[in-house]
Design a binder for this molecule. Structure first.
Ligand code: GUN
Ligand code: FE
Length: 436
């Protein structure tokens, strides 16, 4: 059994929603069981040799709760708002995942880029293709990453999808087979997540059947909700044409039984009080994707107002609506969006999000949403060693007050040129990354 010993300043999210700073310490883990065994103070000699600068920072691996693997080559295609963007850029791009040779290049690049930004746990959409989704799992296993991946389910030919869509039965069959093959694989690092794209591309039958199967097997479910006003109206009219009584798009998910503690809904910008109450009472999680919300001109999610409800909110990069796989970039835009909400609302301004809050949300908060906070999310003996080693440069030390956790986190979030992400470990195993 090899013991790995790292030395540095540890930023550790705590149970009460705070982030504590543990002054220069030793962090030890075994790379046979991958668990942290000890966090201990430096000995006298090590203490003496210490400079007053921060040389190493150790943080828990970051957790991205929403992104799309096949959309990586579509980053920056800033044509339109959501629906025309999907039709003109995204659907044709995702269709290319019917070639495994092409898909492999994109999948590898996606994981390499995200790992080099410090992400160790991923919740991802693949494409509608079973084979390419299978390949995503194979490559995730090869990399040794922790991931929830789902085949995109669509059985409604919205906006003239460029290739034939699978039937409802086929969507279900393919997803179940992938779940059977991959859920719990690689020592439990891999999970299957049922992925009905959004109500606009799924029949009521598909939504209902998906909910039934996912709940039966205790699987997670992911989808999109209330991203922009035209999308909301488009979906509403689709279901009205079928004479289904659903006052809001949240009611579509409620009626199909898709809501619950294991459901992650991206965006959720345009929700009435009643819809928020439905999400709250069902324990459904909201995934905030501020970069994408700006890029596609979708709007600004009123984070603080949603906090009046007991709803868990996580963060997702939503590539390619979002242009970056970096969660530090996502944290930055979450903070900036909280300022914009203050500027554009006529209500009394609410406190802006803090660096500590967005960091907690991207680590322990996200692990709680995924119900794996007994394994990851913070750095404590007994938890898995999913962690990132960061090397600040001189500028970093010039910029911040080294005794302030908020200051250090602000530098990580706002000043990516002042440090290097040097090493990434998942369950105690060092992952090869492209340094940047
Ligand atoms: N709604 C349905 N599909 C998508 C997608 O791929 N990206 C985003 N941002 N919203 C969606
Ligand atoms: Fe998305």
């Amino acid at each position: 059994m090899a013991l790995v010993k790292l030395k540095g300043v540890i930023l550790n999210p705590t149970e009460n929603g705070d982030v504590e700073i543990i002054r220069n310490s030793n962090l030890e883990f075994s790379n046979s069981n991958g668990k942290i065994s000890k966090i201990s103070p430096l000995d006298n000699k090590e203490e003496k040799n210490l400079s007053d600068k921060i040389e190493t920072i150790i943080i828990p691996g970051l957790i991205d709760l929403h992104s799309h693997i096949p959309q990586l080559p579509g980053v920056g295609k800033n044509a339109d708002e959501l629906l025309p963007w999907l039709k003109n850029h995204i659907f044709p791009l995702e269709t290319k995942f019917n070639s495994l040779e092409y898909a492999e290049v994109v999948i590898r690049r996606f994981f390499e880029d995200a790992l080099s930004c410090g992400t160790t746990t991923f919740v991802l959409y693949s494409s509608i293709h079973k084979e390419a989704t299978n390949l995503s799992f194979e490559i995730a296993k090869e990399f040794g990453i922790r991931a929830f991946i789902g085949k995109v389910m669509m059985d409604r030919d919205m906006k003239r999808y460029p290739e034939p869509l699978p039937t409802m039965a086929r969507n279900i069959k393919d997803s179940m087979e992938l779940a059977k093959q991959w859920h719990g694989e690689n020592g439990g690092l891999l999970h299957y997540i049922f992925t009905p794209r959004f109500a606009g591309s799924c029949s009521m039958k598909l939504l209902q059947k998906t909910a039934e199967i996912a709940k039966d097997g205790n699987f997670f479910i992911q989808s999109h909700l209330a991203e922009n006003q035209s999308e909301v109206n488009f979906i509403k009219s689709l279901f009205e044409r079928e004479k289904l009584k659903v006052p809001t798009n949240t009611h579509i998910f409620k009626k199909s039984n898709l809501l619950g503690e294991r459901t992650l809904l991206a965006h959720c910008l345009y929700l009435s009080q009643i819809e928020l109450q439905i999400l709250e009472s069902t324990g459904t999680n909201i995934i905030h994707c501020p970069t994408s919300n700006i890029f596609l001109q979708s709007g600004f999610m009123p984070f603080r107002r949603y906090q009046d409800h007991k709803i868990n909110i996580g963060l997702g990069t939503d590539v390619a609506g979002g242009y970056s796989l970096s969660l530090f970039n996502e944290m930055r835009n979450a903070i900036e969006t909280s300022k914009i909400v203050n500027v554009v609302s006529y209500a009394r301004p609410k406190p802006i999000l803090t660096a500590k809050e967005v960091f907690w949300i991207s680590t322990l908060g996200a692990a709680k949403i995924l119900k794996i906070d007994n394994e990851i999310g913070s750095l404590e003996p007994g938890k898995d060693a999913d962690l990132v080693v960061i090397k600040p440069n001189k500028l970093f030390n010039f910029y911040c007050n080294l005794n302030s956790t908020e200051d250090i986190l602000q530098s990580l979030i706002y000043l990516p040129h002042t440090y290097l992400i040097q090493e990434v470990y998942i369950r105690g195993r060092k992952i090869k990354i492209n340094q940047k």
